[in-house]
Design a protein around this ligand. Structure first.
Ligand SMILES: [Zn+2]
Length: 99
C-alpha cells in the first residue's frame, strides 16, 4: 500500500458541491431577474455568490458528483437563489462593460 495523500487518491475526489449547485441554478435565476448573461457578468456573479455561500465539500467517486448534488441541493435552494440575486445586483451596478 502506497502512502497516498488524502487529496490525491485514485477514484475519489473532494468537490465543493455548492459550486456545482450554484452553477446549475445560475442561468435560470438570472433569466428570472432579467440580468445580463454575458460571460463576464455570469462569472462575476458566480464568484460573488460563491463567496457569500458556505463551502460544502463532499467526497465523491470521480464522475459521480451530479447524483449527489441533486440529493442534497434542496436544502440550500433558497440560500443559493438569494446569493445569486444579490450578486447580480452588485454586478449590474458595476459591470465590466458598457451597458
Ligand atoms: Zn454583461
Amino acid at each position: 500500500m502506497q502512502n497516498q495523500s488524502v487529496i490525491n487518491v485514485q477514484d475519489l475526489e473532494i468537490k465543493n458541491y455548492m459550486e456545482a449547485c450554484v452553477g446549475d441554478m445560475l442561468r435560470s435565476v438570472l433569466d428570472g431577474l432579467n440580468a445580463c448573461q454575458c460571460d463576464n457578468c455570469v462569472m462575476d456573479i458566480l464568484a460573488i455568490a460563491l463567496n457569500a455561500l458556505p463551502t460544502k465539500y463532499v467526497v465523491t467517486k470521480k464522475g459521480e458528483l451530479y447524483t449527489k448534488i441533486s440529493n442534497l441541493q434542496n436544502q440550500f435552494d433558497v440560500d443559493i437563489i438569494a446569493a445569486i440575486a444579490k450578486a447580480s445586483v452588485i454586478v449590474s451596478r458595476n459591470p465590466r462593460h458598457d451597458r
